[in-house]
Design a protein around this ligand. Structure first.
Ligand code: SF4
Length: 314
């Protein structure tokens, strides 16, 4: 099922069935903290987007498989607002389930009326904003040719006014890059203008594309959350809820999971609802076959997928 994954336990959305309508790493940004690797598509290159009927077909199959799902989340391997049929996709999912539909977006394309109208059909939209001054914003997100963050903020403000659903803004802080008092003061002023329902404060937790992108310590994160106000919370690790899977499905589910984001062994055992003794040999086998790789980041070992070394699992 290349267009649907999970359900995975998301820190913000509970058990989330992921719908991924864009080819791997299709994005208009190239964030230093991205878990998906560097953005390789240059501007003007047109990715091969899947037909909406194929994405909806797989979504329907996943929804009828019996798993408990708190949200159907359009997200995945890049920026979903680049998908040309985002509106029909959200409409189609909502026609097949009463489960709320969420969209995770980098929030940079909201000045487009088409993008806003598509997103307005979702129940929750989770955009990002990591800085409110141009040098910092462009240093973090590295869009080809640069972006004016005032346009990004204007898009967030106009969409917030138009959208009737839940609007949860994510702010990702990087140690020494966007966490000075002056930068946070500007960001707070922008957020006060945007008026999100919630602010989710995050930091670099999983291996980023740039090794020098470091996390902000937890006590400082708590102090910054308090500065942003009562609707702000530091995103905590997910509680240990599990959904069991059959052993035979495990290799493919591990591959699909690490394709979407780097995972620790604990992440995998929680996701799969399996014991360490079951998951660990399977991970070792995939490592040995070169299907997945491992990487140490901040003292924790993550399992990652490198598409360049994709091989058959036997
Ligand atoms: S973090 Fe999101 S917005 Fe940034 S480069 Fe990766 S996919 Fe794109």
């Amino acid at each position: 099922m290349p267009y649907v994954y999970g359900p995975v336990h998301s820190r913000r959305l509970g058990f989330s069935l992921g719908v991924d309508p864009v080819p791997p790493k299709t994005c208009n940004l190239n964030c230093v903290y991205c878990q998906l690797g560097p953005t390789s598509l240059s501007r003007g290159t047109s990715p091969a987007y899947p037909p909406v009927s194929a994405v909806l077909h797989e979504t329907r199959k996943a929804l009828t498989s019996g798993s408990t799902v708190d949200h159907v989340t359009v997200s995945g391997s890049g920026e979903p607002t680049l998908y040309p049929d985002l509106g029909p996709l959200i409409r189609g999912i909502k026609a097949m389930t009463s489960t709320p539909v969420a969209v995770m977006t980098n929030g940079t394309l909201l000045l487009s009326r088409d993008v806003r109208e598509a997103l307005c059909q979702a129940d929750a939209v989770l955009p990002s904003l990591d800085a409110a001054d141009n040098p910092t914003f462009n240093r973090i997100t590295r869009p080809p040719g640069g972006l004016d963050v005032r346009d990004v903020i204007a898009g967030l403000v106009v969409f917030r006014r138009q959208f009737c659903g839940q609007f949860w803004l994510e702010v990702l802080l990087i140690h020494g890059l966007n966490d000075t008092s002056e930068q946070l003061c500007r960001l707070k002023a922008a957020i006060d203008t945007i008026k999100p329902d919630r602010i989710h404060l995050n930091t670099v937790v999983r291996p980023p594309v740039s090794d020098w992108a470091l996390p902000v310590p937890s006590d400082r994160m708590a102090a910054i959350a308090s500065y942003f106000g009562p609707q702000c919370e530091v995103i905590a690790d997910p509680p240990r809820k599990v959904q069991g899977v059959a052993l035979g499905e495990m290799p493919e589910l591990i591959i699909q999971a690490v394709k979407r984001r780097p995972m620790t062994m604990q992440d995998l055992t929680e996701l799969l609802g399996a014991m360490l003794a079951q998951v660990s040999p399977c991970v070792t086998r995939l490592l040995g076959a070169g299907v997945i790789q491992s990487r140490l980041y901040q003292g924790r070992r993550y399992y990652i997928f490198d598409s360049e070394s994709e091989r058959e699992v036997t």
